[in-house]
Design a protein around this ligand. Structure first.
Ligand code: MN
Length: 315
């Protein structure tokens, strides 16, 4: 029986599993995907050990139950809404949904800070700037190193957005293996050409996004509509974070058109980082966390309801 590592394809998921494998190398089957692909556990057959990082337990309850009953040992690190966590002697949950924490920070704590550089990269990637800076300070990082880590986190996070793996600049498994070979963020930045490749693509996409009109759909909610294109899907989350950093007292809604529906990215105001997942979860395909959430397939008719709910929450 193989071991499985199941992780989100974004910066937090990748830097989380990376810390665990640097600490405890093992040959495992890797299950990951684009950021919105969170029902990953169903791809796992019976396994001896399964480690899950940065994936909501609430989206994987059925396969989790099946695997536990089959005798798998499951260790779960996450900061998304978890739902009911099953009581099972083979399940070790490390779940913390506080808005200032991400999965890689939970793992950093569990490992006693051994690979904290990657937790800093991940926290920047998840847009937890204050958390990232506090951790960076504890490592004594210079401002310029912090800036590099921030850019790296942002790029790895950006790289996970898309409808399918084909939309992405680099496949998450390939990125993980390069980061593992590099061992430290600075070595990755110096020795691999993947970072400039992703960064170039991200800047291109951001330039296009910045030309779109932003509408104040209520006093504290700003909304942008993005066209049906691979670049829209890639830049959606990064642009949402860029907008919330430039307008920290506003909530944001980004809507990207896809075949027959919309993908929505929601951001609570940075000054009041709560409730985004509550709005998202009013819709069947919605989910996420307090500060940042999304709806995978929003019907056109539901857009006005979404904007109304955002107004109710944030004004
Ligand atoms: Mn995360």
């Amino acid at each position: 029986m193989m071991d499985f590592d199941v992780f989100n394809g974004d910066a937090d998921g990748i830097c989380g599993i990376l810390q665990l494998r640097l600490q405890n190398p093992r040959k495992s089957t890797l299950i990951t995907g684009v950021k919105r692909d969170i029902q990953l556990l169903e791809q796992v057959d019976t396994a001896r050990n399964i480690t899950v990082v940065d994936i909501a337990m609430s989206a994987n309850t059925i396969p989790l139950q099946r695997l536990l009953e089959a005798g798998s040992r499951v260790e779960w690190f996450d900061h998304h809404f978890a739902g009911n966590i099953p009581e099972h002697s083979n399940l070790t949950p490390h779940i913390d949904t506080s808005p200032e924490v991400c999965s890689s920070v939970i793992i950093d704590k569990a490992l006693g800070g051994t690979f904290r550089h990657w937790a800093v990269v991940a926290a920047f990637g998840d847009n937890l700037i204050a958390t990232a800076k506090t951790l960076a300070k504890s490592l004594g990082l210079t401002t310029s190193t912090q800036d590099s880590y921030q850019e790296l986190g942002q790029c790895i996070n950006y790289n996970a957005y898309g409808n399918t793996l084909n939309d992405l600049t680099v496949k998450p498994v390939d990125l993980l293996s390069e980061l593992e070979a590099a061992k430290t963020p600075l070595q990755f930045l110096q020795e691999f050409d993947t970072f400039p490749k992703i960064k170039h693509q991200m800047e291109d996409d951001l330039t296009r996004a910045k030309s779109l009109t932003i509408e104040n759909t209520s006093k504290r909610v700003r909304t942008v509509l993005l066209p049906d294109a691979a670049w829209s899907r890639r830049v959606l989350g990064t642009y949402a974070n860029t907008l919330s950093q430039s307008h920290p007292d506003h909530a944001h809604v980004l809507l990207s058109k896809t075949a027959g529906s919309y993908v929505a990215s929601l951001r609570a105001p940075i000054s009041e980082p709560f409730g985004a997942h509550e709005v998202a979860r009013l819709f069947t395909t919605g989910g996420g966390r307090e500060a940042s959430a999304g709806v995978n397939a929003l019907a056109e008719d539901d857009i006005s309801k979404l904007l109304l709910e955002m107004e109710k929450h944030y004004g």
